[in-house]
Design a protein. Structure first.
Length: 258
């Protein structure tokens, strides 16, 4: 199995208050290479925390994460992370932002510039190479952020609400762009979203999480044909079922057992 989560749990300690908050109870999950997996669940259920654990940014948690048979213990180049905030360097041009990771790795200027320009071409951003982030639209800035991650050729790409700050039309455009990009690259992607429509449109599999502490409630296999039709009966049936599970979880007032 390509990516494996084994008995993952996370508890936050507040030493001043003397309290503990269990964010993730226990999650076991196996993910095959080249799959697009979306995580949906109530706000505050630990979705982003789970991505941080997989990325190696969280070093205090229960369980183990294995990538291609190797245990993840710290951040490394084989796991790329795309945030909702674009986190672009305002003093660097589009091209310079994309080649930032390659520069840190020590790649020569001519080589990294050539690689960055190839990604600019692939992402349909030719003609904007010398512009700064403040001169780009939100959708364009997010393309730059994604390109900056993919240029490093990570084995797994983690995306934490990457389109959450975009308007509806731009968000749809970015979903189409990401779907087209996956057809070309076949990246392994773990995607956090609150948007069920987005999850159904993009995913091979949807993992529905419970309210805190997070557990897996159900896993949906999305077998809709590609290119996807957002209004197809299959998509609407899955969307309705996922929303129903989330609604029941949100209104469930029974005590949470840690």
């Amino acid at each position: 199995m390509y990516l494996e989560l084994v008995r993952i749990g996370k508890t936050f300690l507040d030493e001043k208050q003397g309290t503990k908050t269990c964010a993730i109870a226990q999650i076991d999950l196996q993910i095959e290479k080249g799959r697009f997996i979306s995580f949906v669940g109530p706000s505050g259920c630990g979705k982003s925390t789970l991505l941080r654990i997989i990325s190696g940014l969280e070093n205090s948690f229960e369980g183990e994460v294995f990538l291609d048979g190797k245990k993840i213990l710290e951040p490394h180049s084989e796991v790329g992370l795309v945030f909702q905030q674009y986190a672009l360097f305002p003093w660097r041009t589009m091209c310079e932002n994309i080649e930032m990771g390659l520069e840190i790795m020590g790649m020569g200027k001519a080589e990294r510039r050539a690689v960055a320009k190839e990604y600019i071409r692939l992402f349909g951003m030719e003609g904007f190479e010398r512009l700064y982030p403040c001169q780009l639209s939100g959708g364009m800035q997010q393309r730059v952020a994604i390109a900056r991650t993919l240029v490093m050729n990570p084995k797994v790409v983690l995306m934490d609400e990457p389109f959450g700050s975009l308007d509806s039309q731009t968000r749809n455009d970015m979903q189409e762009f990401l779907m087209d990009l996956r057809q070309k690259r076949n990246d392994t992607v773990l995607f956090v979203t609150h948007n069920v429509d987005e999850a159904v449109f993009l995913s091979d599999q949807i993992v529905v999480l419970s309210k805190r502490p997070a557990r897996i409630l159900r896993i949906f296999e999305i077998n809709c044909s590609k290119p996807r039709d957002r209004t197809s009966k299959e998509a609407n049936d899955i969307r309705r079922e996922v929303i129903g599970i989330l609604r029941r979880e949100r209104t469930d007032t029974s005590p949470v057992v840690s």
